[in-house]
Design a protein around this ligand. Structure first.
Ligand SMILES: [Zn+2]
Length: 149
């Protein structure tokens, strides 16, 4: 379709575009370029004259869906944040009476440990791998190294 064409017609040269009268794409004679984004064309088959317009920049038509996508993204972020806060509070409650341990990368930690980190503060270990732990801090979940001997 001509709407996808980004190249401008050139006066005196043929330009392939949609002809309404022929109801198909035809070669047109370019008669004039009234503006930077339009052209006066004449179909080489039926001789019908028409005005061709360059397709509008994508952002003009995409602003709606993109705005909605940004909104959905923000909502998703808010939902994640709420879920994170709930997880942190649940862990804080369930591990309330457990002793807190100072974080060190040389110590091998276990799941459900209350961890005191010098920079990030209090966190709760929700997953353990041989060389790293997943810690739920108040602001976010961080992967920390441990068990480095
Ligand atoms: Zn035509």
């Amino acid at each position: 379709m001509s709407a996808e064409t980004v190249e401008m017609p050139v006066v005196g040269k043929s330009f392939y575009a949609f002809c309404k009268k022929c109801d198909t794409d035809r070669y047109h004679t370019v008669l004039a370029l009234p503006t930077d984004t339009s052209a006066k064309l004449q179909c080489e088959v039926c001789k019908a004259k028409s005005t061709w317009k360059k397709a509008a920049p994508k952002k003009a038509t995409a602003s709606g869906p993109r705005g909605a996508a940004a909104k959905a993204k923000a909502n998703a972020a808010a939902a994640r944040s709420a879920a994170h806060t709930a997880e942190f509070e649940n862990l804080a409650k369930s591990l309330e009476s457990t002793p807190e341990k100072a974080y060190s990368m040389k110590v091998a930690f276990e799941k459900d440990t209350k961890l005191k980190h010098p920079t990030f503060g209090l966190g709760y270990i929700r997953a353990v791998q041989p060389d790293k732990i997943e810690v739920v801090f108040q602001d976010e979940v961080r992967n920390l190294v441990h068990n480095r001997r």
